[in-house]
Design a protein around this ligand. Structure first.
Ligand SMILES: N[C@@H](CCC(=O)N[C@@H](CS)C(=O)NCC(=O)O)C(=O)O
Length: 332
């Protein structure tokens, strides 16, 4: 039996670094175990699904899926809480966590696999992680396989010729909004990291490690860049803020990104799954988005709606969600 938690993950997995950042913040003793051939047998003992991260507890049980992992650990290690004391901010933080995991992943996956320069860099790093001792010829062959497989999978997150410009324009817009928000605070909800920081950061950190998106972030968003670094080892630097001081720069993010893009998309995805459609289209602003439905999102949307249903003080929360264009989607 190991004495500490073990996180089976990878540097290039947004959900793995998200969970590692959380464990670091909470100072929960843990070991980071690279998921590769050397750890395969151990990984298989505990994993129910072929995904990372996998957290193995000191008692020997496996937990998968970054959001339930964090929820479970938060119960065991409640301090310092990642949930803002202000009830509105607390729900918005959960909403941003879901948005980061699900919509932010589209930016990340698209930029990582859309262009030659990023494909070559990313496939090379994945191949090195999986086979650290391979000679150059074996490494090149494996990197080539990884590249071909991943490029063939970008459609999965909805990246295609039609949506590519929408994804990129959406990210550039988000970067400007986020930079303005982070100009006057170290974390999204004030002086310490919240649930929402972890979800959004996992994706944006990965983007920063890739050539094209890394240059965009490094070139024009100094406050986001600082946050990208800060969240590697997050710490308490102050208190959470109240919604009133967050609102001026956070509401535009909710309105333009979550309410205008992510929620209409995830609701359309849910409907398409229920109707067993092969493909669905949804109007996002003045553009049409088309893709095959994604199964996981419908489940996490259900979890988010349950959080909304359980949120206290709807009289204060609902007008904010309404102004952000998020209320109808959350009521389901
Ligand atoms: N919803 C899951 C997503 C996990 C996930 O998609 N992990 C990816 C890597 S980032 C994965 O393991 N894919 C299969 C593979 O790499 O073999 C979470 O939040 O943990």
């Amino acid at each position: 039996m190991a004495e500490v938690y073990r996180i089976f993950g990878a540097e290039m997995s947004p959900y793995s670094v998200k969970v590692r950042s959380y464990f670091r913040y909470k100072a929960i003793p843990h070991q980071w175990v690279l998921r590769n051939a050397a750890s395969q047998a151990e990984y298989e003992k505990y994993a129910r699904m072929p995904i990372i991260p996998l957290v193995v507890t000191p008692e020997g049980s496996g937990i998968q899926d970054s959001t339930p992992i964090i929820d479970a650990m938060e119960k065991l290690y409640p301090e310092p809480s990642i949930h803002p004391d202000d009830a509105i901010a607390d729900f918005i933080s959960a909403l941003i966590e879901e948005f980061g995991d699900e919509w932010g992943n589209k930016w990340m996956f698209h930029y990582r696999w859309a262009r030659d320069v990023d494909q070559i860099s990313s496939a090379g790093r994945i191949a090195r992680m999986r086979g650290p001792g391979a000679d150059e010829a074996k490494h090149a062959a494996f990197a080539g396989q990884v590249r071909a497989r991943m490029v063939d999978r970008v459609w999965f997150v909805g990246s295609n010729e039609v949506t590519a410009p929408q994804i990129e324009a959406g990210f550039i817009d988000m970067l400007g909004l986020l930079d303005a928000h982070l100009a006057t605070r170290p974390y999204l909800f004030g002086g310490r990291p919240a649930f929402g920081d972890f979800g959004l950061w996992g994706q944006i950190y990965e983007m920063w490690t890739d050539p094209t998106a890394g240059a965009i972030i490094g070139g024009g968003a100094p406050h986001v860049l600082d946050w990208v670094h800060r969240m590697l080892w997050p710490k308490v630097e102050g208190k959470f803020e109240a919604w009133s001081t967050l609102e001026p720069t956070l509401l535009p993010i909710l309105r333009k990104q979550v309410g205008a893009q992510f929620l209409p998309w995830t609701c359309a995805n849910e409907k398409a799954l229920a109707a067993s459609q092969e493909e669905f289209s949804v109007a996002l602003g003045d553009k049409i988005w088309t893709q095959k439905p994604q199964k996981y999102h419908a489940r996490s949307l259900g979890v988010l709606r349950a959080r909304y249903a359980g949120a206290p003080d709807k009289a204060a929360l609902d007008p904010v969600l309404d102004a952000a264009g998020c209320l109808a989607g959350l009521r389901g």
